[in-house]
Write a protein that binds this ligand. Structure first.
Ligand SMILES: Nc1nc2c(c(=O)[nH]1)N[C@H]1C(S)=C(S)[C@@H](COP(=O)(O)O)O[C@H]1N2
Ligand SMILES: [Mo]
Length: 258
């Protein structure tokens, strides 16, 4: 559903105006507190410019991308075109994309889980309707794949033994394209405490946080929750990964002994 179908070589892409952004990418399979989330600096062509060049026909609801490995990924056209930094990316952290991250080119669309946005080793982009169902949507996953708000305690580790006194509790929090405005901790079900956050890079990038905890002897449970940039508190209710991503608060139990 394009007015002017086109073919692009790698050199054509390099010759277009490029932008570079820090974007956090999370996987729908990332469970509460899990490791399948990361942040990188991506260099690429704004997808909106590319699609405008091709000419978007009315009714083109979905940008369907395909890959050398047979993967198909669908991203709502409305989201790609709403002004966010959706990219056809060719570099990561100042270097050509590593093969495992999509060389020579991949998509990065801030705010959506990878299965709905982050096509690696991309070969084709097609504007179409939602009638064409991409790989994971055929398998029951949510069509839009909106990234969930998440927060993780990286330190101390679960069941770690620490000394009484000041213990730094630290981690990350992310809510891609909504931003993070606060991260809160509570100890043994007590009142929520505000943590200290790193400077905000932007709505699409995670923030690190830390809290100097006065740890007293005994076993303690630490819970974390984030507040997104719109003021929404990360939901406490646990949902599974399928079909639209896990929710719930992470907690760790730590033993404080001399
Ligand atoms: N071609 C292709 N692209 C893909 C996938 C895939 O299996 N094949 N997996 C997607 C999923 S589910 C995620 S979470 C991200 C992971 O990107 P990363 O490997 O750079 O972390 O890539 C996405 N792009
Ligand atoms: Mo994923």
């Amino acid at each position: 559903m394009t007015a002017r179908p086109m073919q692009l070589s790698f050199a054509d892409v390099l010759a277009m105006p490029l932008i570079e952004r820090y974007v956090t990418l999370s996987c729908v399979s990332n469970d509460v507190g899990g490791p399948y989330v990361g942040t990188a600096r991506w260099l690429g062509v704004p997808l909106s410019a590319l699609l405008r060049k091709a000419g978007i026909r009315s009714g083109a609801q979905q940008l369907l991308s395909s890959s050398i490995d047979g993967m198909t990924i669908g991203t709502p056209t409305e989201i790609v075109m709403d002004g966010r930094d959706a990219l056809l990316a060719i570099a990561m952290n100042g270097e050509p994309l590593p093969v495992e991250h999509g060389f020579p080119a991949r998509l990065i669309v801030p705010g959506l889980f990878g299965y709905a946005s982050a096509t690696k080793w991309i070969t084709d982009l097609e504007l179409t309707t939602f009638d064409t169902r991409p790989y994971w949507v055929q398998r029951g996953y949510d069509r839009t794949g909106m990234a969930r708000t998440g927060s993780r305690i990286d330190l101390p580790r679960p069941f770690e033994r620490v000394r009484p006194g000041v213990v730094t509790v630290a981690g990350i929090a992310y809510a891609q394209h909504r931003g993070i405005s606060a991260v809160q901790l509570r100890f043994d079900g007590g009142p929520w405490q505000e943590t200290e956050l790193t400077t905000s890079v932007g709505l699409d990038t995670w923030r690190q946080w830390r809290y100097p905890w006065q740890a007293a002897t005994g076993a303690h449970r630490i819970e974390v929750r984030a507040v997104d940039g719109r003021g929404a508190i990360q939901p406490e209710a646990r949902t599974p990964v399928f079909p639209s991503g896990a929710t719930g608060w992470e907690s760790v139990v730590v033993t404080v002994t001399t």
